[in-house]
Design a binder for this molecule. Structure first.
Ligand code: NCD
Length: 317
């Protein structure tokens, strides 16, 4: 089925096809104005969102589709006790594709059983966020020309971040990538090793550092992740973990030449706004790439017609 639930559902070739479509969309947006004309896309967010929902909806609108949006689930009958799966079943009856976000792991496979139209995950539990990973990989390829061979650093609450975990899964599709981590996931991290299997890339374990300061000179890109305070029992431990993984402008001078900084946003204290005005900032570019990459994903899953009549997509995502 033409769904996208995990980045693992895509081969490297399929990822590169999505990137080529995203390039085409950025270059010639007019070719795509009616690509999804007559279609309806439903965005079902059981968890809050800013960028992901807006960029999916902007993508659908720019491709000529209409959008049914549920940004606040209190406006549905869920609060009367209607089940999640009956709610998603209705979206499947009324729309040509469902874009869904949910806080629980493994919920997308269950939602999928209720609908016959393509399902695209907009973030699931702590593990999957395939379209964020496509945006991240697209931004890396845009900047470096290729993802192969890059030294990638990730710092922050990695174990609880679906964006970070999905990115690691996406990096496994490429060759010669080396992963470096500063893990600040919870109180127990002090003195505890980052699980090697979580960061394993083709049998090579990640290199772990005790601080951002130690890692920053070793990587081409640093991906900063929130240090989720809700995961810490002890506020002092949170403050220590935040301090070791926080990025601010002064640390950039220790970075390798050509270093770039990425973050899926929203950011809190882990990424100082004093980095915004530096050339290393690529996180706003990531956010800008979201519409083209999510447009390419919608087309891949739903199919469409370009100006001039060429039919594109719908291949299995
Ligand atoms: C992330 C998410 O929601 O998973 N952000 C995003 O999609 N751009 C990360 C987060 O909320 O911390």
């Amino acid at each position: 089925m033409p769904d996208l639930i995990s980045i693992e559902d895509l081969s490297r070739r399929e990822i590169e096809d999505i990137f080529s479509s995203a390039d085409h969309i950025q270059r010639s947006p007019d070719d795509f104005r009616r690509a999804l004309g007559g279609k309806v896309v439903c965005t079902l967010f059981f968890e809050s969102s800013t960028r992901t929902r807006w960029s999916f909806e902007a993508a659908a609108h720019r491709l000529g589709a209409r959008v049914l949006s549920v940004a606040d689930m209190r406006s549905t009958r869920l609060h009367l006790g209607e089940s999640l799966l009956d709610t998603t079943r209705m979206a499947g009856f009324y729309c040509d594709a469902v874009v869904a976000r949910h806080a629980s792991d493994d919920v997308m496979r269950r939602i999928k059983e209720t609908i016959r139209v393509p399902l695209i995950s907009a973030g699931e539990g702590r593990t999957h966020h395939p379209t964020q990973t496509l945006i991240d990989l697209y931004t890396l390829r845009d900047h470096f020309g290729s993802v192969d061979g890059l030294q990638i650093g990730i710092a922050g609450g990695i174990r609880h971040s679906r964006a970070a975990r999905s990115l690691i899964a996406g990096l496994r599709k490429f060759e010669g990538v080396r992963l470096h981590v500063v893990d600040a996931s919870h109180d127990a991290d002090e003195g505890q090793e980052f699980p090697p299997e979580m960061g394993d890339l083709h049998g090579v374990a990640p290199i772990e550092y005790s601080s951002m300061k130690k890692m920053i000179g070793q990587v081409d890109m640093v991906y900063v992740v929130r240090v989720q305070p809700e995961r810490f029992a002890d506020p002092a431990a949170h403050a220590r973990q935040l301090e070791k993984s926080r990025l601010h402008r002064e640390l950039l001078s220790r970075g390798s030449a050509g270093l770039i900084v990425m973050h899926c946003l929203p950011r809190t204290e882990e990424l100082d706004p004093d980095v915004d005005e530096t050339p290393q900032n690529k996180y706003f570019l990531q956010a800008r790439h979201a519409v083209a990459v999510r447009s390419a994903t919608l087309l891949r899953c739903m199919g469409g017609r370009l100006a001039g009549g060429t039919v594109i997509g719908r291949r299995s995502c």
